[in-house]
Design a protein. Structure first.
Length: 653
C-alpha cells in the first residue's frame, strides 16, 4: 500500500503545481510603491483559490530575518476569471486587484513570493522558507546579489532581475508560456502575451475631492469602449460614519448603448451635527460579465461646517486660567520640602509609577493628538506647533509624501532617545495599555507628553537638531511653541532614566542627551504655560494616567535644572503661573509709557528682549506709569505678584 500511495501523492503534487502558477510580479513601482501586484494564472478559468496562501520571503538580513517570511495573505474566496487570472495588489493598480494589501508591502529583493496550500496561520512572520505544500515560487531581485540560500530552501534554480533592463520601477517580471520569464511593461489582469478575452474597463472620476457639507459633486463613470447594450450597475458611497443619512443620490447608473459614460450628481446633506470631517468612498458594486474596474475606491472628503470651539486661545493668542488642572488632590504632595536628586526621584516616582502609568501604542498617539492638539477655534483641526497654524485632522500623513499633511513630531527625537519604533503603529484605544516604568525607554516612542502635531516638511527640517543653538523654528515664527518644547523635554529628562539635558549644541547623533538647556530654561519663562497646554496635559492624563508636572508647576524647572537646583521645593513658593489673568499692561502697543492694572499690592515688572536679556526691572503698584526707555520692537513683560506671575507680549513703537 505504501508503494502505491507515494507515487499518487507525488502525482497530486505535480498536478497542483500545474494548475496555478505565479504569472506576473511587480515589486518595484514609481515613487511610493503603491502599484505593487502579484498575478496568478490557472490552466482553466474559474479555478478556486480556497485553501491557498501567498507568502513573501526576505532573502537577506540577519539570521533571524533572512530567508524567512514577512507577510502572508489568505486567498480564500478568490477564483480566477475567464482568462484564468486573478490579481492581488495595491488599490492603485489598474486593473483593480480582487484582493488588496497595503502600499509598500512587497520588498524589492533579493526576495521571493511563494504560493502554498495552507493558511496564513501556517506562516507567521519569521517562518523559514520551505517546500512543504509549495505550489509555485518566484525568487526575484532588483539588481541584487543572488539569494542562493533562499533558492535552495524553495527548490528554485533561477532568480529573476526585475531591473534587468534598467527600468525596474516601470517594468514587471512576467511568465512566458514555456515557463521562462521576461521583464517588460506590466500587464495586470491580462495575459502577458496579449491573448485571451478582452474586457471593457470602467473608471470612476469625481468633479472634486473636497466638498463642503451642503454642497454637491458629480461622479462620472466611463468605459474604455462604447457599450453595445445598456450597461446598468450600482455604486456605493458609504464609509464609516458617512452613510445614507448624509447624502442624496440615485445610485443605479445606466450607460446607454453606443455611449461610453454616464454621470450622477451627489448632494451632501447639511445637518446640524458636528460629525467631524468625513470621507465618502465612491466604489463599484457588482459589474456584469465582460466588464472590469480600471480604478475604484475614489475618495471625496466632506468638510463639516458644524465644528465647535473651545473657551481658550491658541498658542498664538493664549489665554490663562480658563482651563484648570485635573490632577487629583495630593498628586504632587510628596514633593514638598525635597531638593535636588531627592526632588527628581520623588517626581519620577509619580510620573513613572509602574502601578499607575500606562503605555499606549504609537498608533494611539495619533488619536491622542487629535484630542490634545485640537485647534480651540475649530474642533475639526489640529494646531501645528512649529509653523503655528491649524490643519484639518483628516490630513494626517498616511503615505511617504508629507507635503500638505501633518504627522507626529517627537520633541526628544526617536533615534537620540533610543526608542525608535518601540511600540506598535496600530491603534488599539484607551482601554488597552501596558504597564511601564522609568527604565522602559521604549515607551518614549509613544509618550504623548513629548509628541506634537506638526507640519510634515517642517518636522523633517527640524530632524534631530537641538533647540536654541541649532533649531529655532521656521523663519518668522512667533515662538509660541518654545515653552511647550522646554516643558516637554524637562518631563522626558525626569520620566525616563538615561535621558538628560545639556548646554550647547552637541552632535545630532548624540544618544540620550538633548540641548540647549540654557535656552530651554529661558523659553520656559518667555513662553509660559497657557490654557492650550493645560488642556493638553489633562487630555493625555486620561490616557497615560500621568501628567507633565512642568505644565502644572513651571517653576519646578528651576529647582531641577536651573538656578534653584538644590533648594527645597515648596508649593508656597509657586502658585501655577499665569493664573492671575486680570493683570494687564497698557497701552499695548505703546509709544514708551506703560502701566500695570490688576495688582492688589506691590508687584514687580520685568521686561525681556526677545533674545532673553532683561532690559528693565522695577517694583510697581496698580496703575503706576513707568517709562522703560526701550527702542521700538517686541518684548516680553513679566508681572510678578503674590507668588504668581504672568508673561505678556509688549510692543514698543
Amino acid at each position: 500500500m505504501k508503494n502505491i500511495l507515494l507515487p499518487l501523492l507525488l502525482l497530486a503534487s505535480l498536478c497542483l503545481r500545474s494548475q496555478v502558477v505565479i504569472n506576473e510580479l511587480d515589486s518595484d513601482t514609481p515613487s511610493t510603491d503603491d502599484k505593487e501586484f502579484i498575478e496568478l494564472r490557472s490552466d482553466a478559468p474559474g479555478f478556486s483559490l480556497d485553501g491557498y496562501v501567498l507568502v513573501l520571503y526576505n532573502g537577506s538580513g540577519t539570521s533571524s530575518t533572512g530567508n524567512r517570511s514577512y507577510f502572508a495573505l489568505d486567498l480564500d474566496g478568490l477564483s480566477t476569471d475567464v482568462n484564468g487570472l486573478v490579481l492581488i495588489g495595491n488599490a492603485g493598480v489598474s486593473l483593480v486587484p480582487e484582493r488588496l494589501f497595503s502600499t509598500s508591502v512587497i520588498q524589492n529583493g533579493a526576495d521571493a513570493v511563494a504560493l502554498y496550500l495552507g493558511n496564513p496561520s501556517d506562516f507567521p512572520d519569521g517562518t523559514l522558507a520551505t517546500t512543504v505544500n509549495l505550489v509555485d515560487a518566484l525568487v526575484y531581485d532588483t539588481s541584487d546579489p543572488a539569494a542562493t540560500e533562499l533558492m535552495d530552501l524553495l527548490g528554485e534554480t533561477l532568480q529573476v532581475n526585475e531591473n534587468a533592463n534598467g527600468l525596474g520601477t516601470t517594468q514587471s517580471i512576467q511568465r512566458k508560456p514555456d515557463g521562462t520569464y521576461e521583464v517588460k511593461a506590466p500587464t495586470p489582469g491580462a495575459h502577458n502575451d496579449g491573448s485571451g478575452i478582452a474586457f471593457n474597463g470602467l473608471s470612476i472620476a469625481v468633479s472634486s475631492g473636497l466638498i463642503d457639507e451642503g454642497g454637491s459633486f458629480t461622479v462620472t463613470f466611463t468605459a474604455q469602449q462604447p457599450v453595445t447594450s445598456d450597461l446598468s450597475f450600482n455604486f456605493l458611497l458609504n464609509n464609516g460614519s458617512f452613510n445614507a443619512a448624509d447624502y442624496a443620490a440615485v445610485q443605479q447608473v445606466v450607460i446607454p448603448a453606443g455611449s461610453q459614460s454616464a454621470s450622477v450628481a451627489v448632494l451632501v446633506l447639511d445637518d446640524t451635527t458636528d460629525d467631524g470631517d468625513e470621507l465618502a468612498i465612491v466604489r463599484f458594486g457588482a459589474l456584469p460579465a465582460g466588464y472590469n474596474r480600471l480604478n475604484d475606491f475614489v475618495e471625496v472628503r466632506i468638510i463639516d461646517n458644524d465644528f465647535t470651539t473651545s473657551p481658550w486661545g491658541t498658542p498664538l493668542n493664549p489665554t490663562f486660567g480658563n482651563v484648570q488642572s485635573t490632577a487629583p488632590a495630593g498628586y504632587y504632595a510628596s514633593l514638598e520640602g525635597k531638593a535636588g536628586e531627592e526632588l527628581r526621584a520623588a517626581l519620577q516616582a509619580i510620573i513613572a509609577d509602574p502601578a499607575v502609568v500606562r503605555e499606549h501604542t504609537y498608533g494611539d498617539a495619533e488619536l491622542i493628538l487629535k484630542q490634545a492638539d485640537q485647534n480651540p477655534l475649530n474642533s475639526n483641526q489640529v494646531w501645528l506647533m512649529y509653523v503655528e497654524v491649524p490643519r484639518a485632522k483628516y490630513k494626517f500623513q498616511s503615505t511617504s509624501s508629507s507635503v500638505g499633511f501633518w504627522n507626529r513630531e517627537h520633541i526628544f527625537p526617536q533615534s537620540r532617545g533610543g526608542f525608535a519604533d518601540g511600540t506598535s503603529s496600530t491603534a488599539d484605544g484607551i482601554d488597552i495599555f501596558a504597564p511601564t516604568d522609568a527604565n522602559d525607554i521604549l515607551a518614549g516612542h509613544s509618550d504623548a507628553h513629548h509628541i506634537r502635531a506638526e507640519d510634515g516638511p517642517e518636522n523633517t527640517t527640524r530632524s534631530n537638531r537641538d533647540y536654541g543653538t541649532d533649531y529655532n523654528g521656521p523663519a518668522g515664527n512667533a515662538g509660541s511653541w518654545k515653552g511647550d518644547v522646554a516643558r516637554s523635554l524637562f518631563y522626558m529628562a525626569v520620566r525616563y532614566n538615561g535621558l538628560s539635558l545639556v548646554n550647547g549644541n552637541p552632535p545630532d547623533t548624540l544618544m540620550g542627551q538633548m540641548a540647549d538647556l540654557a535656552s530651554l530654561l529661558l523659553w520656559n519663562v518667555q513662553d509660559p504655560s497657557d490654557d492650550f497646554e493645560m488642556n493638553r496635559n489633562n487630555v493625555i492624563y486620561t490616557w497615560q494616567m500621568n501628567r507633565n508636572p512642568f505644565i502644572d508647576y513651571p517653576l519646578l524647572a528651576d529647582y531641577l535644572f536651573g538656578a534653584q537646583y538644590g533648594q527645597p521645593w515648596s508649593f508656597s513658593l509657586s502658585t501655577a503661573a499665569n493664573h492671575i489673568p486680570q493683570l494687564r499692561v497698557a497701552p499695548n502697543p505703546t509709544n514708551g509709557e506703560v502701566a500695570v492694572s490688576g495688582l492688589s499690592g506691590i508687584g514687580m515688572l520685568e521686561i525681556y528682549a526677545m533674545g532673553g536679556s532683561k532690559v528693565f526691572s522695577e517694583p510697581i503698584t496698580d496703575g503706576q506709569a513707568v517709562r522703560p526707555g526701550l527702542p521700538s520692537g517686541i518684548y516680553l513683560a513679566r508681572i510678578t505678584a503674590e507668588n504668581a506671575s504672568r508673561v505678556l507680549k509688549l510692543v514698543v513703537r
